[in-house]
Structures are given as C-alpha cells and as structure tokens.
Write a new protein. Structure first.
Ligand code: SF4
Lengths: 280, 188
C-alpha cells in the first residue's frame, strides 16, 4: 500500500485548475495555426488570429483564456494499491477546486440547485468520475467545461439498424444546429455504445485525447476522419461567421452495448479546450 | 487580407448606427453595461410593473457578459460574450426603451432581428473564448445594479477599442446566415 496525503491531492487539483484555465495545450495551438493557414474567409482568419493572440496574452498575464472557466469535471484514476490518508478524497478534490478558482480570480459558475439557482460562490461542486485501476498511483485529470459548448451536447439511443449512417446524421445534425453557440472551431467528442449514461461519459472523456490521436481501431479512426471532413464542409466556420474551419478534431470512443440499442452521445467542446493532468 | 476597422463611440446615435453594416469589424470605445439572463429578467419584470430601469439604457449598449473578479491591480477580470439567444425573450421591451446596441455571441431569433431593424439598433458579435484579450480593453468597471447577482450583476464598464463584428445591422442583414451560406460548398 502506498500512502498519499489528501493535502497533496488538493494542492495538485488547485494547480491543475490554475494552469489549465490559463494555458492551451500545444497540440491545440498547433492545430489552430494550421486552420489559420487553411481558412479562406477573412473574418474567419481574423477570429483565429484573435484566438491565438488571446492564448499568448493569457499565458503572459496569467489570465483565464475564457471568462467561463466552467464546471470542473475531474477524472480520478485511483490505483488499487493506494491508501489515501489525512481525510476524505473527494473533499480534498473539492477543496482544491475551490482554492484554484479563488486564487486564479476565475468566475464562479456553479449554482447549488438547478431550479433555485443560488451561486455556490466557489465553483464547487466539481463532478468527479472515479475509476479503480491497477497500480499505486492516482492520475488526476481536470476538464473545465464551459456552458456554451456543453449546452449544445446531446445523447440519443438509436436503433441498431440505423448503423453508421444514423450516427453520422445525428452528429452532423447536432453540429449544424449548434452553429455559432459553442464557439467554433470546436472539438466533437462522440461516444458510441454502452448505455445512456456511459455513452455520454465516454464522449466527454474523449475530449481529453490529444489532437491528431486517432482511435486504435481503423474502422473508428476512419469514422473520425470522415466526420471531421463532413463537419468542416458545413461552412459554419470560426465563431459561426462562415468559413472552412468549424472543427479542430473529432474523437470517437466505443463500448459494447445491448442487442437492442445503439446509444450515441455528442459532447461538444469549444476552441478553449482546456485540460490538465497530473500523476501522483 | 487586411481587415478594415471602424471606430465608434458610445452612446450610439441613429447616425452612428446607420453607418454600420453587417460584417464590419468595429472597435468600440466608451461606456457599456453588462447583463446576463438574471439581470434581463429583473429589468423586464420592472418594466412590466411599470417601474423604471436601474440604469438608463437610451442609446446604450448592453454587453451580454458576466466578468470574472478583477485580480489585484487590474481594472477588470476576464470578460467575454455569452450566448445571445438566451436574451432573445427579454430583448424587445429593452429595444422599446431605447437600447441601441448589444454585444454577444451567436445568432438572434427572427423576432429580435426584426425588432433590431425596426428600432434602428445593432447587434455586435464578439469572439467567444478570448477573455484575456478583451479584458485588456476595459479601463474601469463597477457594479451598477443588482449586486446580489454576483457575476450576473449589471456592471458599468468603460472600454477602449473593444473588437467586435456587426452581426445584425439596422438594415436587416444577418452575418451568420450570409457567412455560412457563402462558405458552404455546393455539394456537401
Ligand atoms: S463555449 Fe467555451 S470559449 Fe465559448 S464562452 Fe463558453 S467556455 Fe468560453
């Protein structure tokens, strides 16, 4: 049994909140630059240049990339040989999120109750998804998720007979109807299979992959490439002002499923695709 | 391609609004008021009760934004547009009160687009997700109404050269429809 102090977990979560909200991944910056080279709409080019300039300013001035620093979605992969000491694991994560959002002067975007809607004041609760994995480490992954892009996401149970064509039509329809709202260029996470809740979860988790990282199964890798090309033919363009670059990437994740169903979820992520990861 | 930019000053006049065309890149300077969903609901509720607005909106621009707290030594925290469509249900009574401009992101409903034209107003889109860049344009910021709403309170902010694009001009044109139609290949 390896012991890990909750204090260390909390400090790590705090740092992930601060860093991920201020710095875009290099893979995302590289892809946005490629899109700028390919974009033919002058307004689209202007938008992409502003996005790159913003990333530079945010890193330099230690400011959040976007004022919507989102709901903190936390994935905990906990090694089965880890013994957490010094308190409650989930409380440590929540405390880390509260401190990170306070110390970073980030906006607090969480309400305590979906109907009463009173702000909790410290951006908690974070939503924590835990998996028990082999080993003696804890991997903490943070995905601050903005409202604009989350609002354009959707899960649906298709009939198995609808097959790949049904999936493509659902994904493209979802992106078309989202238009400008999720701040394109977007990343499209697609979860296929599982159950209603599982397809939504794997769609979200797919957003953590690095740009260009294709699905290991060639069949789904081809689906990702095809979907990306189709999305970029919609003409939505940067910020929905029209252009070639609507999506930076499409990721597909799959799971086994019931003989009667074909669950599909689309989780849309904006260009401010923030993520952070640490292993303790 | 070089982008042409027009500079405008708030409050807006009929003449300054008529100068603006959908697709124009504009730099706004002057006073703006921020308001999101909750503040909109309160303002339109006040109007329904026959009460006045907490801030005078005649000729003014509402920025659909909830700024982050300002770090020490800075005028404003991160600031940027939120989805304008959520404000559609509240917008027409505010236009009737003399509101001249709005800044947000994403398209407006057909009814709001019609009202923008009829009232000689303008809707600007700011780029979403560039809050560090936009925060640099803010010179001063203070709460002007509804302090209990926290980030959703109405802030009075003074900006210089805030970059936006005209999405709906007073002539009825729409940047989202036209831009996407112009960029969709003939055979998708
Ligand atoms: S969709 Fe993303 S980039 Fe746009 S405002 Fe929301 S968090 Fe920011």
């Amino acid at each position: 049994m390896r012991e890990i102090q909750t204090r260390r977990i909390s400090d790590t979560v705090r740092e992930l909140c601060l860093d991920s909200n201020r710095m875009l991944g290099d893979d995302i910056l590289i892809r946005i630059r490629e899109c700028l080279d390919q974009e033919t709409s002058p307004t689209g080019q202007e938008v992409l240049s502003q996005i790159l300039e913003n990333a530079r300013i945010a890193a330099e001035e230690q400011m959040p990339l976007c004022q919507d620093t989102g709901v903190a979605v936390v994935f905990l992969d906990v090694g089965q040989d880890v013994h957490v000491t010094g308190g409650d694991l989930y409380e440590a994560v929540q405390a880390g999120v509260a401190r990170g959002y306070q110390d970073g002067y980030f906006r607090k975007s969480m309400v305590r109750d979906p109907l009463r809607r009173e702000n909790t004041g410290d951006n908690t609760p974070a939503f924590i998804h835990t998996e028990i994995v082999p080993g003696d480490r804890i991997k903490i992954t943070l995905l601050p998720k903005g409202g604009g892009s989350e609002n354009m996401s959707e899960a649906r149970i298709l009939s198995p007979s609808e097959g790949p064509e049904g999936i493509k039509a659902f994904v493209l329809g979802r992106v078309r109807r989202s238009g400008a709202n999720p701040c394109p260029p977007i990343i499209v996470g697609v979860g296929i299979g599982g159950t209603l809740e599982l397809c939504a979860l794997i769609a979200k988790r797919s957003l953590l992959r690095r740009i260009g990282q294709r699905h290991p199964d060639p069949c789904y890798a081809a689906l990702e490439t095809e979907l990306l090309e189709s999305v970029n033919r919609l003409g939505i363009g940067p910020q929905g002002f029209g252009g070639r670059c609507t999506a930076l990437e499409v990721f597909v994740e799959v799971r086994p499923c019931h003989i009667a169903s074909l669950p599909v979820a689309v989780n849309i992520q904006c260009h401010a695709a923030r993520r952070g990861e640490a292993v303790i | 391609m070089k982008i042409d930019r027009k500079s405008i000053q708030t409050p807006l006049t009929d003449a300054s609004v008529r100068m603006l065309r959908t697709g124009n890149h504009v730099l706004i300077s002057g006073v703006l008021y921020t308001a999101r969903d909750a503040a909109h609901r309160r303002m339109t509720d006040s109007l329904l009760r026959g009460e006045g607005l907490p801030v005078p909106l005649r000729g003014q621009i509402l920025f659909y934004a909830g700024p982050a707290p300002a770090p020490p030594g800075r005028a404003s925290g991160a600031i940027g547009p939120t989805t304008a469509g959520r404000m559609d249900a509240f917008t027409i009574p505010l236009l009737a009160e003399g509101l001249k401009g709005m800044i947000g992101k994403g398209p407006r409903s057909e009814a709001v687009r019609g009202a923008i034209r009829d009232h000689g107003a303008v809707y600007f889109a700011a780029v979403g997700g560039i809050a560090a860049l936009l925060a640099r344009c803010v010179l001063t910021s203070r709460i002007a109404a509804y302090p209990d709403l926290g980030p959703e309170a109405v802030h009075r902010i003074e900006v210089v050269d805030l970059p936006v694009i005209v999405a709906n001009d007073c002539y009825g044109a729409d940047l989202y429809e036209e831009g996407v139609a112009a960029n969709r290949p003939a055979f998708p």
